[in-house]
Design a protein around this ligand. Structure first.
Ligand SMILES: NC(=O)c1ccc[n+]([C@@H]2O[C@H](COP(=O)([O-])OP(=O)(O)OC[C@H]3O[C@@H](n4cnc5c(N)ncnc54)[C@H](O)[C@@H]3O)[C@@H](O)[C@H]2O)c1
Length: 257
């Protein structure tokens, strides 16, 4: 008889932005792989629907804006109390940005994008790492936009680059505890966030047509599915990547080239 091994059996996982898109698919995959998951997110309706999709024994949630430190410290503590600590933190929450040149940009909305991605990941590490078991893993969802520049998306590109700097620093600070820290760097992936960017950047009103236009510049000829990106997060969060830290995992169908 062949015994099926699950890759996160009994692991306690914190996911931010797990209500939709890549994060939600990651929650599904992690649970399939045996994990107990606590989700922090800003969309209360979607958090409720997540609780309805799963039993409370496998998925619990806390509402919080990742850019707000007091909300995050409370939500991370709530998750840590429920799960008695964490083995894996997936700092994934994010937002898109207006597609326009730097000279036309409003500073407040620029800062908001940095706050969600950079301060959000910082809060997840600052408040989550003390509750993370030695030997645990932290994964931040950066992007191909963390490794290359794309015109008219300055706050998003700057935020995604900054997350890599945060990851590299944290990987050194936490290595003495055997904690690994990496970024997941997806290319265009079928989610609402990418639809918004695609519609604005192509000027095509229809999200499907906009996606097809962008897919022409992806060597594999299509977007990632959220599941394919979640598989990357699973790899970095599991023991299969036990000697990998301080690096970027690109999942992009060859987009960066
Ligand atoms: N979709 C893509 O093509 C793509 C490519 C590269 C990187 N990413 C990154 O992947 C991550 C997930 O994005 P997605 O594409 O699944 O989009 P999405 O909009 O489906 O998911 C983003 C999630 O983050 C949550 N969120 C947003 N702001 C928040 C805040 N302030 N506090 C707490 N939660 C918040 C949302 O409620 C949502 O559940 C983001 O960091 C995004 O930048 C996406």
């Amino acid at each position: 008889m062949r015994l099926e091994m699950t890759r996160l059996e009994g692991k306690r996982v914190l996911v931010t932005g797990g209500e939709s898109g890549i994060g939600r698919e990651a929650v599904r995959l992690f649970v399939e792989e045996g994990a107990l998951v606590h989700v922090i997110g800003v969309n209360r309706g979607e958090l409720k629907s997540l609780e309805e999709e799963f039993h409370a024994e496998s998925v619990t949630t806390s509402p919080a804006d990742v850019s707000n430190e007091s909300e995050m410290s409370e939500a991370v503590k709530a998750g840590g109390d429920i799960l008695s600590g964490f083995d894996f933190i997936f700092a994934n929450a994010g937002i898109g940005c207006e597609v326009e040149p730097i000279v036309d940009r409003d500073s407040t909305s620029f800062r908001k994008v940095l706050d969600v991605h950079v301060m959000g990941a910082f809060h997840a590490i600052k408040h989550g790492a003390p509750l993370l078991a030695d030997g645990g893993s932290i994964v931040i969802t950066s992007s191909t936009a963390g490794l290359a520049g794309y015109e008219n998306t300055a706050p998003y590109v700057a935020a995604k680059h900054a997350q890599i700097g945060l990851m590299r620093t944290a990987s050194k600070e936490l290595a003495p505890r055997g904690i690994r820290v990496n970024t997941l760097n997806p290319g265009p992936t079928q989610t609402a966030l990418q639809d918004g960017i695609a519609v604005q950047s192509t000027g095509l009103a229809d999200a499907k047509a906009a996606a097809e236009e962008i897919a022409k510049s992806i060597p594999l000829g299509r977007y990632n599915t959220p599941r394919e990106v979640a598989e990357g997060a699973l790899f970095l969060g599991s023991d299969a990547s036990r000697s990998i830290t301080g690096t970027t995992l690109v999942v992009d169908g060859g987009f960066l080239g």
